[in-house]
Design a protein around this ligand. Structure first.
Ligand code: PKZ
Length: 330
């Protein structure tokens, strides 16, 4: 049997799958002994929100900018700045807000699809893994739709806004909206109100940002853990995986059950980097939202809806085994 080539070097041909596994450093094959992530990890979110809110109170730079006095008879907070004089992220039109958070479910979906298509669950559980991962995605997406888009009519955040006394009122500097005052008063959705040039004012405004950012980051992190647990190949850090894929022969990569080629390994690694990027931006924007936007209670309500969705999908099965057998998970 001829010697196989590894980066131009000849290596002994008699390596078996077992000997290849043994040659992988133990730190890179840690998945077997991994601890199950605790639901208490979700407490990171209230801590982050509390720190941001505290910073908003005690930091002189986070104080609200001086606002122009309101015109007589105008009660709306219309001078919320699009660009803040002290911090770029305090303005609504910052690029991360426009291109990332405002289309946050798109990025979450892409990160999830990339994770699933580049993970390699063990053959014996592959079908079940994909079905249950799809089901969990459908459940969190349904929660996102009900909360922010449509809940058999207006979304939950719009319903709670109008139930607590909020309404759409004409914008005093927008003549068209002033003419349509009666029509605007019947609008029951924040997006429609703004589209008509009105001002969504007065009620309890559940933070859609806190909701989507918590839901997205927690969902992706727990799915990453599940994908790793179900993986046919050892859990490796992206750097270690690159080194492994680079140094192995083709036979060795196949024997390890997944790192067939350096290109495949790189696609997997970059998919992980992409997921880390989405989660990192989620957490950053959560902190920015905590500092610059909404009241305590509005942030808390966004957090509670996202937190209970995540808990129901990933941890309710601890108490209801039938639920676990349907949605799978941790
Ligand atoms: C091998 C590979 C195969 C691959 C194979 C590929 C297959 C390829 C298939 C692709 C398939 C994709 C399929 C995707 C399918 C989807 O999922 S597409 C869906 C895309 N759409 C989205 O993601 C929309 C997400 N956005 C939302 O849900 C809502 O906008 C949000 C984010 C919840 C926020 O709502 P909101 O009204 O802004 O509410 P809220 O947070 O209370 O904020 C109130 C105000 O404060 C501002 N504010 C609050 N916090 C902040 C802040 N931190 N910074 C700035 N402003 C703030 C807001 O901007 C808002 O201001 P206004 O806009 O009202 O003036």
């Amino acid at each position: 049997m001829p010697a196989v080539q590894r980066n131009g070097r000849a290596v002994p041909p008699e390596k078996t799958q077992e000997s290849v596994k043994e040659s992988i450093p133990s730190a890179m094959t840690a998945s077997q002994g991994q601890q199950r992530p605790s639901p208490y990890l979700l407490l990171v979110y209230p801590v982050l929100l509390a720190l941001g809110s505290l910073w908003a109170v005690i930091s002189p730079t986070a104080a609200s900018p001086p606002t122009a006095p309101l015109a007589p008879g105008v009660t709306s907070d219309l001078n919320v700045p699009h660009f803040h004089h002290t911090n770029y992220f305090a303005g609504k039109r910052n690029l991360v807000n426009i291109y990332f958070v405002k289309v946050g479910w798109f990025w979450t979906t892409i990160a999830f699809i990339l994770l699933q298509t580049t993970s390699r669950p063990r053959a014996s559980i592959a079908k079940k893994h994909y079905i249950q991962a799809g089901l969990r995605y459908a459940l969190v997406t349904f929660s996102w739709i009900l909360t922010t888009q449509w809940c058999f009519g207006p979304a939950l955040i719009d319903r709670s806004f109008t139930i607590t006394g909020g309404h759409c009122e004409p914008h005093p500097f927008n003549e068209a909206s002033l003419k349509d005052a009666v029509k605007l008063s019947r609008v029951n959705s924040g997006i429609v109100c703004k589209a008509y040039g009105g001002n969504w004012h007065g009620g309890h405004d559940i933070s859609g940002h806190v909701f989507i950012l918590v839901l997205s980051s927690a969902f992706l992190l727990y799915e990453l853990y599940i994908a790793d647990c179900h993986s046919a190949h050892p859990h490796v850090s992206p750097q270690a995986a690159a080194a492994v894929a680079h140094n192995m022969t083709d036979e060795e990569r196949t024997a390890m059950g997944g790192w067939e080629s350096e290109t495949v390994a790189k696609i997997r690694i970059w998919s992980r980097y992409f997921l880390y990027g989405v989660v990192g931006l989620d957490l950053w924007m959560l902190m920015m939202t905590a500092i610059w936007f909404h009241t305590w209670l509005e942030k808390l309500s966004g957090l509670l809806i996202a937190g209970s969705t995540i808990w129901s999908v990933f941890f309710l099965g601890d108490f209801l085994p039938q639920w676990r057998s349907i949605v799978g998970g941790l």
